[in-house]
Design a binder for this molecule. Structure first.
Ligand code: IPM
Ligand code: MG
Length: 357
């Protein structure tokens, strides 16, 4: 059966990086992968096209698709819009509408990029962490929320909230992933201060009973932030809530040289997924053909692995990326001495050429 992929380039550098990932998908299709791509708008582009950062047509397209490839959303021209109309809301809504609760963010250091990391090579070499971020709950979605007047001044408030079923399902995903890796899982929260985290820890401990082989540890998020730069290789799999995961995954990306290298998968309970780079829309370099498309291309590899269970093609894409890095081809964000710096589009071409071997 033909697999349908919804392609949502979004804003800023979104269209240029997604175009490179589409080259990779087209190459796979030419070699027999049975896929069909259809484009839709989201974020600021959705607002411009239909007055909504998640247009009805896009949501329909995404629901009907087997997988979704997303670029990035947001831009300064949309910052003044009412909150519900802002690009970020479109992204949050599509995650919520499709129940994409498990966000997998691997932080992997390619040996060729050890020099590009701001940390010492010995601290980051061999780094291979999987961050499992809960994506549809927490302070991102908790009610009540708002800005209102109390006692003659404005107050802003949000609600950090997790139900035990929400914690349980993402914990299971994380334990299952740990079982396929080094069997070590670190649950990150702030249980010394927050009730929400206290429950999180209790539920993770309950789920742990079903995974006796996995070595489970717990860490407060402030300490986890420190340990991530102190000795990141102590981590195998990290499971954490939405806001802590948002912050820690940006931090972890720097260990791997550039935020332009990190892909992600957001999965529902049946492994339907949305795949996107973890970086944003980078409006400052948009339209200049110099963004790094590798995080988006690596997101295609994750799509092949997790939604299509096609390990062979996933590896083919990842090996092509490794091959390109080994050839010394770099976009400007990961440039090191003696390498060949190329544009975004040339990087896409280089990956396709490497796939053809
Ligand atoms: C991310 C982004 C989003 C988030 C923004 C754009 C809403 O930072 O995917 O990490 O906070 O989840
Ligand atoms: Mg983020």
């Amino acid at each position: 059966m033909t697999k349908k992929i919804a392609v949502l380039p979004g804003d800023g550098i979104g269209p240029e990086i997604v175009a490179q990932a589409v080259k990779v998908l087209d190459a796979l299709k030419a070699d027999g992968l049975d896929i069909e791509l259809e484009e839709g708008t989201i974020g600021g582009a959705g607002y411009d096209a239909a007055g909504d950062p998640l247009p009805e047509a896009t949501l329909k397209l995404a629901r009907e698709a087997d997988a979704i490839l997303l670029g990035a959303v947001g831009g300064p021209e949309y910052d003044k819009l009412d909150r519900p109309l802002r690009p970020e809301r479109g992204l949050l809504r599509i995650r919520k509408e499709l129940n994409l609760f498990a966000n997998l963010r691997p932080a992997l250091l390619y040996p060729e990029l050890a020099e590009a990391s701001s940390l010492k090579p010995e601290v980051v070499s061999g780094l291979d962490i999987m961050i499992v971020r809960e994506l549809t709950g927490d302070v991102y979605f908790g009610q009540p929320r708002g800005i209102e007047e109390r006692n003659g001044e404005r107050v802003g408030f949000n609600t950090m909230l997790y139900s035990e079923s929400e914690v349980r399902r993402v914990a299971r995903v994380a334990f299952d992933i740990a079982m396929k890796r080094d069997k070590r899982l670190c649950s990150v929260e702030k249980a010394n201060v927050l009730e929400c985290s206290e429950l999180w820890r209790e539920v993770v401990l309950e789920v742990a009973r079903d995974y006796p082989e996995v070595e489970l540890s717990h860490m407060y998020v402030d300490n986890a932030a420190m340990q991530l730069v102190k000795w990141p290789k102590q981590f195998d799999v990290i499971v954490t809530g939405n806001i802590f995961g948002d912050i820690l995954s940006d931090q972890a990306s720097m260990l791997s040289g550039s935020i332009g290298m990190l892909p992600s998968a957001s999965l529902d309970k049946d492994n339907k997924g949305m795949y996107e780079p973890i970086h944003g829309s980078a409006p400052d370099i948009a339209g200049q053909d110099k963004a790094n498309p590798l995080a988006t291309i690596l997101s295609v590899a994750m799509m092949l692995r997790y939604t299509f269970a096609d390990e062979v093609n996933a590896k083919r894409v990842e090996d092509a990326v490794k091959g390109v890095l080994a050839q010394g081809i770099r976009t400007v964000d990961i440039a090191t001495e003696g390498c060949q710096t190329v544009a975004c589009s040339a990087m896409g071409d280089a990956v396709v050429a490497a796939m053809r071997g």
